[in-house]
Design a protein around this ligand. Structure first.
Ligand SMILES: Nc1ncnc2c1ncn2[C@@H]1O[C@H](COP(=O)(O)OP(=O)(O)O)[C@@H](O)[C@H]1O
Ligand SMILES: [Mg+2]
Length: 303
């Protein structure tokens, strides 16, 4: 009899993540796939062609499923990248690193004909480029390319705003500036979850009061919302273009251009929390099943 396959996993434990992990482990067990859970690369070392975690050689695993912190330390990313060279990973290092960067994501999406906010990237010494663009765009958003939760996003409404902001940006020792045209929308978004090219579920977020950001960390609230088929198609395509096996695509509807626009692709989209499940977000079991299928498919490839 063939030996069981063994995968490594690192899944977040807050917000019901621990229970999700248990369900995934159980379902994989039924398919003769063992799971070593809670492998945080922070605690791994590398030595002579092996990546070691306690007494396990991670490079001998059949797959590594990394589903924890979006923002990882350079050390974790460094080992993620190395491990990805020798065993299958979900998401792959390249896809994960791509989606962690908003400019790279928008760039590649636009290359493939997927609508994003218009953007401009320029060298930090070319601040005059921002002057030119605010004249053209009227309103824009300054964005850290590696941010999350709406943190650091700054709306620039006119030239005077920009003049005020520039000294602060210049002090920050940034390598470049990334700005997006401000999109007129109804202050709600769609989060569409995709696993292995298949639609998992959708919910909406609404910005609170006067804030224009829908992030829950910026005061936004989650609500039940069906996914428009057109937006689902865009989300599936966005995940394919970025190369993510699992992705949560944030989409808003541009009221001026009358089209759906992808804001970002999240490589570790959260499962519905127990509270959100009570609220009616019911996609967790479908998501678990699709992830189990995906892992099974990848570890048994070529068999
Ligand atoms: N170009 C834009 N025009 C209008 N609103 C935007 C734009 N970009 C982002 N937002 C708002 O800000 C929120 C956070 O932006 P996003 O790019 O998703 O960054 P984060 O990683 O911080 O979530 C979005 O959910 C949306 O509500
Ligand atoms: Mg976002």
């Amino acid at each position: 009899m063939a030996r069981n396959k063994t995968i490594g996993m690192w899944l977040y434990t807050n917000g019901g993540g621990d229970k999700i992990a248990k369900k995934i482990i159980k379902k994989l067990k039924n398919r003769n796939i063992d799971v070593v859970n809670n492998i945080n690369l922070r605690n791994a070392t590398a030595k002579n062609g092996h990546i070691l975690y306690e007494d396990i050689k991670l490079d001998k695993l059949d797959l590594f499923f990394s589903y924890n912190a979006g923002e990882q330390t350079q050390y974790q990313m460094y080992l993620y990248q190395a491990l990805n060279r020798v065993i299958p990973m979900i998401n792959t290092y390249d896809a994960f690193a791509l989606t962690e960067d908003k400019f790279h994501t928008s760039f590649i999406l636009r290359q493939h004909g997927i609508a994003t906010a218009d953007y401009k990237l320029c060298h930090r010494d070319d601040g005059h480029e921002l002057k030119k663009i605010i004249k053209k765009w009227d309103k824009m958003v300054y964005k850290p390319t590696d941010g999350w939760g709406g943190v650091g996003l700054t709306k620039i409404e006119n030239e005077a705003n920009l003049d005020m902001l520039m000294p602060f940006l210049n002090q920050m020792d940034l390598r470049y500036f990334y700005v997006e045209k401000f999109i007129t929308y109804d202050n709600t978004d769609f989060r569409i979850d995709i696993v292995d090219g298949q639609f998992v579920g959708c919910y909406g977020r609404k910005a609170s009061g006067t804030d224009w950001r829908t992030n829950v960390t910026s005061g936004g609230s989650v609500f039940l919302r069906d996914a428009p088929p057109e937006a689902v198609e865009i989300a599936i395509k966005a995940c394919k273009v970025c190369g993510v096996d699992i992705g949560g695509v944030d989409i808003i509807y541009d009221l001026d251009k009358e089209q759906y626009v992808v804001l970002e692709v999240n490589g570790i989209p959260a499962f519905a929390t127990p509270d959100q499940e009570k609220q009616g977000l019911d996609f967790n079991s479908k998501k678990i099943d699709l992830i189990v299928d995906l892992i099974d498919k990848k570890v048994n490839k070529g068999k």
